[in-house]
Design a binder for this molecule. Structure first.
Ligand code: C2E
Ligand code: MG
Ligand code: MG
Length: 536
């Protein structure tokens, strides 16, 4: 504002300059006796000087105005998110650096909350970006109302928000902020006339006095805790020392994974699926393992999430597809009965999202010589629900003649109604969680019966996963489930442990009156196989 007052008006400069020139020329003509014709040069010089100074005045005035109002606006925009008006990532880190420094000096506790909306992409994709933007604004308002004035709330990017809580009295106070936020999400959101409930997952990093972590470390740790909260669907999770070690471990695994791909360290294990009523082998599920040079045999839970996050899942997935299809083709060659068995292979989200995936499957079938009808692809229920737009890939796969199964069925937070959209799905695999406790009159029993009834109506096969006891076999048979998979029948094993002569010819296939219990015995007698661990 100060510069504004000092800056002369360009019009005033011009008029003043012109008057000065006329007066000067007039004085020269009248008092000095100079002829008018000789006065062209001073007139021109005066006019140019006047125009020059008024241009300089225009520039000075523009600069004066810019440095006050516009500069403030540019500065504000550089530190704020345009959509929500909240602090942006730059401002967040500036304030977090200050806050960590202050907490260190004052020996106070600092909390960082990292929020990520659940299934935001689905809303954006299905209802449009305007609805997505609207939701982000509503969420920003609700968050603002849930935090203290002294807390910093920032939009980190996309559907991610970060909150800095200063001067915490205890760990409990940051947890109550998280709980308050989760309560704020319970109220339905109205988007273009449609009400629905949004939800979020919150990761918390707490820095107690003496904590050496810097601003970016705290955000990274809160982000890692957020992933934990999302995976466990627990709403919020606090970053712990154990998780810190996990993060380091994860980084090691990430580095080793790249080498594992080059060194071909993945192996495929096979677990039988049994049609207990027909008393014959139904097929195998291919389950990947990693023969790690120092850690030993690793299960998929230990490395597939890392492969997914680092974009390596497609490579690992292709290896499994190739190996399992080739193995099934070899068994077909060794035993004509093997041709009735299905090879069921898990497909990850990243694979399903690749538009070229159906042609890869076609190429692998062609390469291995496995008939398409012997291949079944398993897709997790959550993945199917989150990518209803990926249906065209499913349709193309179905058109190849391969079967599609929904894996871990019943664990998704979806309503069953979506199933009717999947005319291309052939089977549902009921998750182990339902099989574990299905005592008579239990909720699980009711769920299994409902799934079987629905599957019958939709002409889908049902497979029960994780069957461990004879009692479960008999209960499942009563509910109308015929195909089962679980440690009771066999653990997943390497292909070298499967003897095609005894497994596919299945002596029990023709033995009428064989009980489910003897099916188990036949399987264990068929080859000297590792037995499932004894329970209790
Ligand atoms: P899933 O597809 O639901 O596979 C069944 C899992 O349950 C397997 O675990 C299997 O070993 C285990 N299981 C089978 N019967 C029993 C039982 O009676 N009791 C118990 N407690 N567990 C049983 P695994 O091999 O650790 O695989 C875990 C998950 O990793 C699989 O769950 C699947 O989602 C994923 N996975 C495995 N291999 C692949 C793969 O090649 N690609 C992809 N995308 N995912 C895979
Ligand atoms: Mg599976
Ligand atoms: Mg499963």
């Amino acid at each position: 504002m100060k510069e504004n007052r000092l800056a002369a008006s360009p019009a005033a400069v011009f008029i003043f300059g012109l008057l000065a020139t006329i007066t000067f020329v007039g004085v020269l003509h009248l008092v000095g006796g100079v002829a008018l014709g000789d006065l062209y040069a001073p007139v021109l010089t005066g006019t140019f000087a006047t125009a020059g100074s008024s241009s300089a005045a225009v520039w000075a005035s523009w600069r004066a105005n810019f440095t006050s109002a516009d500069l403030a606006r540019v500065e504000h925009d550089a530190r704020h998110d345009q959509l929500t008006g909240l602090s942006n990532r730059i401002a967040l880190f500036e304030q977090l650096e200050k806050a960590t420094e202050q907490a260190r000096v004052n020996e106070t506790t600092l909390g960082v909350l990292f929020l990520d909306l659940d299934r935001f992409k689905v809303i954006n994709d299905s209802m449009g970006h305007d609805a997505g933007d609207q939701l982000l604004r509503i969420v920003a308002n609700r968050l603002q109302a849930s935090v203290r004035n002294s807390d910093v709330l920032a939009r980190f990017g996309g559907d991610e928000f970060v909150i800095i809580c200063h001067d915490l009295l205890s760990e409990g106070s940051v947890i109550s902020v998280a709980q308050q936020i989760l309560r704020a999400f319970e109220e339905p959101v109205l988007l273009f006339g449609r009400a629905f409930t949004a939800s979020t997952s919150i990761g918390i990093a707490i820095a107690k006095p003496g904590d050496p972590r810097r601003a970016e470390d705290l955000v990274r740790d809160a982000d890692a805790a957020m992933y934990k909260a999302k995976r466990s669907r627990s709403g919020y999770a606090v970053f712990s020392e154990a998780q810190r070690l996990q993060v380091i471990d994860r980084l090691d695994i990430e580095q080793d994974l790249v080498k594992a791909i080059d060194h071909d360290e993945f192996v495929v294990y096979y677990q039988p699926l049994v049609n207990v009523r027909k008393r014959r082998l139904y097929g195998f599920e291919a389950l990947v393992r990693w023969k790690h040079p120092t850690r030993g045999l690793m299960g998929p839970g230990q490395f597939l999430p890392v492969a997914e996050e680092t974009g390596l899942m497609a490579v690992v997935g292709e290896k499994v597809l190739r190996e399992a299809c080739a193995q099934a083709a070899v068994w077909n060659h060794l035993s004509p009965d093997a041709q009735f068995a299905k090879m069921s292979i898990n497909i990850a989200e990243q694979q399903l999202l690749d538009v070229n995936f159906p042609s890869l499957v076609a190429e692998i079938l062609d390469w291995s010589g496995l008939p398409a009808e012997q291949l079944q692809l398993e897709i997790l229920e959550n993945v199917v629900v989150d990518h209803l737009d990926g249906l065209s890939v499913l349709r193309e796969l179905r058109a190849l003649g391969v079967d599609l199964a929904i894996d871990d069925f019943g664990t998704g937070q979806s309503s069953l109604s979506y199933v009717k959209q999947f005319d291309m799905v052939s089977a549902l695999k009921i998750d182990k969680a339902f099989i574990d406790e299905m005592g008579s009159g239990s909720a699980n029993q009711a769920i299994i019966e409902a799934i079987v009834a629905m599957a019958k109506a939709l002409d889908l096969r049902v497979v029960a996963e994780g069957v461990e006891t004879k009692k479960q076999v008999n209960q499942l048979l009563d509910f109308g489930v015929e195909i089962m998979q679980g440690y009771l029948f066999n653990m997943p094993v390497g292909a070298d442990k499967i003897d095609p002569d005894s497994w596919f010819k299945s002596r029990f296939a023709s033995s009428e009156g064989l009980s489910a219990v003897t099916v188990t015995q036949v399987f264990s007698e068929a080859a000297a196989l590792p037995r499932p661990p004894r329970r209790g």
